[in-house]
Write a protein that binds this ligand. Structure first.
Ligand code: ADP
Length: 367
């Protein structure tokens, strides 16, 4: 201040200007209200968050700020502010706009004592912040933890039970090899499921960080598909499903990321078999102008039109009881779509509820 000649000339004007430019440059909404809860000062961010145009000076705060709870109940702002004696903050409220969209609100209320507390409360300063994005990340994280712990619990419980059966069988003086083998096999199956789950999770985390490394090679789709489909034969026959592979004789090499092409097709085949109770799964591949297309058609439970819009979302699983009968994380198609984009390819879905689904990938040759 001492080095500032203007400050010496008009200290209060300069201080006021500095203060308003400081408040106006804040990303958080600021509202100062008097003892009657009328607005005396506000900044542009407050107008944005509250979605109001024009001056709100002099207006009662209850007219401008109308937060609601998660369930849509209106908060009595008058009582809320009057109950505040020390600075308080909440992250539990929402603002609802004219178009019925909502944003999650961080709201802090601090009483301002102009006379150092002697004259009682003179007003309040409110800070508002739109925390919709943070909240959705928190919700996503919570959902992630709940889905994963649920998915882990079942296989771990089964594996644990089977292992203790195996130990019990092995301890018997006349060891029953058949019981022992069955218990070990059941445990092994669950451990394999867990390994797959971990695979999905690590793929998901890499896909989300967008740091997937792409190694383009010439892929012999003929042998890749034969090997892949063969890997599902046992699973298909256990469910009594026909598994057919139809390869166009003119099928050529595909220039793409082999690991990811395989991962995509593996996910589609896993789903086709998982969500088909009877009938068949038909895999077909043919050359196109730009590369190779592969379709995976099943005669399974199908996907409703509404669900078709959502199946590529993280964690989405249909509410259909037939989906819920089988385990899954709702991550497969999310990861699949990420990989499809990485390979600059396209994915088409056509499905009818109760009549099966067809997922077609149009792989393109990459440079
Ligand atoms: P998950 O199979 O682990 O649930 P996905 O991301 O692979 O997760 O699939 C998301 C959802 O899409 C599934 O839960 C299911 O409701 C639906 N879905 C995917 N593939 C098929 C299919 N071939 N037939 C019917 N429903 C499917």
């Amino acid at each position: 201040m001492q080095n500032d000649p203007n400050a010496a000339a008009h200290p209060s004007v300069i201080d006021h200007e500095r203060l308003s430019s400081l408040i106006n440059s804040m990303a958080d909404g600021v509202l100062a209200i008097d003892e009657d809860l009328k607005i005396v000062l506000y900044n542009g961010s407050a107008l944005n968050i509250l979605d109001v145009n024009g001056s709100i000076a002099g207006k009662p705060i209850v007219q401008v700020l109308q937060p609601i709870t998660k369930d849509g109940e209106h908060i009595d702002v008058w009582s809320l502010i009057h109950s505040v004696t020390t600075p308080t903050a909440t992250r539990d409220y929402f603002l609802e706009y004219d178009d019925h969209s909502r944003s999650a609100l961080y709201l802090s209320i601090a009483p301002v004592h102009a006379g150092y507390g002697k004259q009682g409360v003179q007003g309040y300063v409110l800070l508002l912040r739109d925390i919709t994005h943070e909240k959705s990340l928190e919700e996503e994280r919570d959902e992630f933890i709940s889905v994963i712990s649920h998915e882990l619990r079942t296989p771990v419980t089964i594996a644990e039970g089977s292992m203790s059966n195996a130990i019990f069988a092995a301890e018997q003086p006349k060891m029953d090899r058949k019981t022992l083998m069955e218990a070990l096999k059941a445990a092994h199956e669950q451990v394999l499921f867990l390994a797959n789950l971990i695979n999905d999770l690590s793929m998901l985390s890499r896909a989300d960080q967008e740091n997937l490394v792409l190694d383009i090679t010439s892929i012999n789709m003929h042998s890749l598909l034969e090997r892949l489909v063969d890997g599902f034969r046992r699973q298909a026959s256990e469910k009594g499903l026909e598994l057919e592979l139809e390869l166009d004789p003119k099928l050529e090499l595909l220039q793409s990321g082999k690991l990811y092409v395989e991962e995509i097709l593996q996910n589609l085949l896993t789903n086709a078999i998982k969500y088909t109770q009877k009938g068949s799964v038909h895999v077909k591949a043919w050359p196109t102008e730009k590369g190779v297309s592969v379709s995976v058609r099943d005669s399974g439970i199908g996907i409703s039109k509404v669900d078709q819009e959502k199946i590529f979302q993280k964690f989405f699983r249909s509410e259909d009881y037939r989906t819920r009968e089988s385990s899954g994380t709702g991550l497969g198609l999310y990861v699949t779509m990420k990989l499809i984009h990485l390979l600059q390819s396209d994915l088409e879905v056509s499905s009818e509820l109760n009549h099966g689904s067809t997922f077609t990938v149009h792989f393109v040759n990459m440079e």
